[in-house]
Ligand binder design. Structure first.
Ligand SMILES: C[S@@+](CC[C@H](N)C(=O)[O-])C[C@H]1O[C@@H](n2cnc3c(N)ncnc32)[C@H](O)[C@@H]1O
Length: 213
């Protein structure tokens, strides 16, 4: 199975994520959903097929918009009832405004310089930015199938290749936002780490450059 097939089919992608996360697959999304108040507006970057919306936000009065590079995933997200659009969120343009701006399991796509995307998330969010990112490199798993799937599910053609965070490199990267961190915690199973940033305290004017903030 090649990586483009994994990214072409939302069903296969879902199955792969299930193998990778095992019994913690649902907890990963639930941990993020719990940080989103009922009725909030939400923009999710790199939303994939919209699982956060489908499994946790639909029916909670949330005004949701998912953005993803992959038209097949955007179409799948729309089929769940979500608002979703095809967008390269690494394109340096301002992001749509929302109370909460989220990115899950995708910050590594913007290595080696993920600060641009986080900066634009802070500028777009009225209340909170949520970054949830894998910190255990499953590609180096001793379980062959898991390692193969992890390596092939990492890159939809964005050029992220083998670049990933581990806990130390994610902590080091997030240190620059230390004054904004409301919470940080590992999801059950410890594969992903979540950072919750107070976007209101960042007060980055939309369109301002990083150097200005
Ligand atoms: C590992 S998946 C994570 C999907 C979803 N967030 C989740 O947690 O299940 C990474 C996602 O990032 C998307 N992606 C990668 N680079 C992107 C970019 N520059 N702009 C928008 N989406 C991107 C891929 O299409 C894919 O849906």
């Amino acid at each position: 199975m090649n990586e483009s097939l994994i990214y072409r089919s939302p069903a296969i992608y879902g199955a792969v994520m299930h193998v990778l996360y095992g019994r913690h697959a649902r907890a990963r999304l639930a941990a993020v959903a719990e940080l989103i108040p009922r009725g909030a507006s939400v923009v999710e970057l790199c939303c994939g097929p919209g699982r956060l919306y489908r499994d946790h936000l639909r029916g909670r009065g949330v005004d949701y918009l998912g953005l993803d590079l992959n038209p097949g995933f955007v179409e799948a997200a729309r089929r769940t009832g979500a608002r979703a659009a095809v967008r390269d969120v690494g394109d340096d343009a301002p992001l749509p405004s929302a109370d909460i701006v989220v990115i899950q399991a995708s910050l590594y796509h913007f290595l080696p310089a993920p600060e641009g995307v986080v900066h634009r998330m802070l500028a777009a969010a009225g209340r909170r930015v949520i970054v949830s990112e894998p910190v255990r490199n499953l590609s180096s798993s001793g379980i062959g199938l898991v390692a193969a799937l992890a390596s092939r599910s990492a890159d939809p053609g964005s050029g992220a290749g083998d670049r990933r965070f581990d806990e130390a490199s994610l902590d080091a990267f997030m240190r620059r936002y230390a004054r904004l961190v409301e919470r940080e915690f590992a999801i059950p199973g410890g594969r992903d780490k979540v950072f919750v940033l107070d976007a209101a305290a960042a007060a980055v004017p939309a369109g301002a450059s990083e150097a200005e903030s």
